[in-house]
Ligand binder design. Structure first.
Ligand SMILES: Cc1cc2nc3c(=O)[nH]c(=O)nc-3n(C[C@H](O)[C@H](O)[C@H](O)COP(=O)(O)OP(=O)(O)OC[C@H]3O[C@@H](n4cnc5c(N)ncnc54)[C@H](O)[C@@H]3O)c2cc1C
Length: 467
């Protein structure tokens, strides 16, 4: 019961004080245990590095991520400069560019960076949502893996070095353009044309979903003239010396899409009109290599980022529930709400644990990544490789699905405040999460692929054994 009070003193400040000072790594005992469990003898070094990173990711980059999410900060495109030169400049807020430069300077894909450190850092970084960081990070990781396998010319080796180790302190950013207007899942239906002119290749046609449009290099799928097989290319956004002059490499960015989530990152429609392209791998193995190598990383990232989005949402919802009262009780005293909190916490923990466990299996794959299903291996290795491939798809489906459910429920803990974009980051994480369900293979497509894989493997790996 309460009497009227025209100067209602209610304040969220106590909750905000906690939220402003929370440290993503130091205040998360579960995640610290996960890191300790998986990093083994490297734990000391990784732990210390994470303490340092967490200081930036939990405060400075968190605030940048919030600031750039406002509608008026949306990136936009300037097609021409003031002197009638076509430039197709992606204009982004200064905070985005600064944060990108700081995150990429972590040299996550350098051979000097320990794999577990990279993974744990990515988990912390993803707690800030897409923020024009998550997609470019995973695209760069996929590009590096592809180039490590297939870079065999001075041009492709230079691109590899730029992405992996940096050039004069500048770390290049990757993108991946597969989807066309007639099909995103159906990559074999691509019609972008790759034309060979002596020793060089040029591409012609349109790509319809091009995220991280500001990137330095993109993995692009295209069909060589008069063939039905998709090949893989790496395409620089600018040829050497042209970036400063804003002369793009034979393509135009026609339009930036207006989308529901990941809004800090542009997704564009692009027309290639003779862009210089460098082939990667055998020309008839493009689909196998893009799925087996590039999409593998993107799908692992969806699993990891789902775990990170959930972790942050659950942490903030739990604390809010401890703070908020209704009907004279702390809302944690309502058993239905407590059950919901327990469920979302379990989901966040199991997704985090699964992401790390699957990554260990992936790291231990004999001979590393291979495109498609490989036949000439020992039965044990063959089964292991098969299992990891299927688990990556299953994880992508499950984690992205759970993430949207968990964030929706976490939002409900805040009642009406849960959907307010200026009350917490949860609505933004929810919108980003809905995107995670769709890109890198929607649910049905992956389930169909899993079904097809099991049919192909049925003589040497029974589904029951896999389960
Ligand atoms: C925000 C955003 C950014 C994106 N950025 C990029 C990018 O940078 N690069 C890029 O290449 N792509 C990008 N995409 C595209 C994305 O990868 C595709 O949207 C996705 O692959 C699905 O393709 P589609 O949209 O053509 O849908 P479709 O392939 O037309 O699918 C439509 C529906 O049919 C179902 N379906 C399709 N095939 C099957 C099947 N065999 N069995 C059962 N069901 C099936 C699907 O599950 C889906 O429900 C982006 C998408 C979004 C939303």
């Amino acid at each position: 019961m309460s009497f009227p009070d025209r100067n209602n003193p209610y304040s969220f400040d106590e909750y905000l004080q906690w939220r402003n000072s929370v440290n993503y790594y130091l205040d998360d005992e579960f995640f610290q245990r996960v890191v300790r469990h998986y990093s083994g003898s490297e734990w000391d070094r990784i732990h210390n590095e994470l303490i340092k990173l967490s200081e930036r990711v939990s405060y400075r980059w968190r605030d940048f991520a919030e600031a750039i999410a406002w509608p008026e900060k949306r990136p936009y495109i300037m097609h021409f400069d003031g002197h009638n030169h076509r430039i197709d400049r992606i204009v982004r807020p200064a905070q985005t560019e600064l944060m990108e430069q700081e995150v990429f300077s972590e040299a996550l894909f350098s051979s000097k960076t320990l794999p577990w450190l990279k993974l744990a850092k990515m988990f912390l970084i993803y707690q800030n949502g897409e923020a024009c960081i998550a997609c470019p990070l995973t695209c760069t990781e996929g590009l590096v893996a592809l180039l490590e396998k297939f870079a065999d010319t001075p041009d492709t080796k230079r691109i590899l070095k730029h992405c992996k180790e940096g050039q004069h302190g500048d770390f290049a950013i990757g993108a991946q353009y597969l989807s066309e207007i007639q099909g995103g899942s159906d990559v074999p239906s691509n019609v972008l044309e790759a034309v060979r002119d002596g020793k060089t290749w040029h591409i012609y046609g349109k790509k319809f979903f091009c995220s991280a449009t500001h990137a330095d290099y993109a993995v692009v799928t295209a069909k060589p003239t008069d063939t039905e097989k998709v090949a893989l290319f790496v395409v620089p956004s600018w040829l050497p010396g042209d970036k400063e002059r804003e002369i793009r490499n034979g393509y135009t960015i026609d339009r930036i899409k207006w989308k529901m989530g990941t809004i800090e990152l542009t997704t564009a429609e692009i027309t290639f009109n003779g862009a210089r392209a460098y082939p990667l791998g055998p020309l008839d193995r493009g689909v196998a290599n893009v799925v087996g190598i590039v999409l593998t990383f993107s799908r692992l990232t969806v699993g990891l980022s789902a775990a990170a989005f959930m972790t942050r949402s659950v942490r903030e919802a739990k604390k809010y529930a401890e703070f908020r009262e209704a009907f004279g009780l702390k809302i944690t005293q309502f058993p239905m709400l407590t059950n919901q909190l327990q469920w979302i916490e379990t989901c966040a923990m199991r997704t985090t644990a699964a992401a790390f466990k699957l990554y260990r299996e992936f790291l231990h794959l004999e001979g590393g990544l291979k495109g498609g299903l490989v036949s000439n291996e020992s039965p044990m290795t063959k089964k292991k490789r098969f299992a990891v491939r299927e688990l990556i798809m299953l994880q992508k489906i499950t984690a992205s699905w759970d993430s949207t459910d968990v964030i929706r429920m976490a939002m409900s803990v805040f009642g009406g405040h849960g959907v307010m974009e200026d009350f917490s980051s949860l609505p933004r994480l929810f919108r980003d999460s809905a995107i995670n369900e769709l890109w890198e293979g929607p649910r049905n497509v992956l389930l169909t692929q899993i079904h097809r894989d099991f049919q192909r493997a049925r003589t040497w790996y029974a589904p029951r054994e896999f389960v």
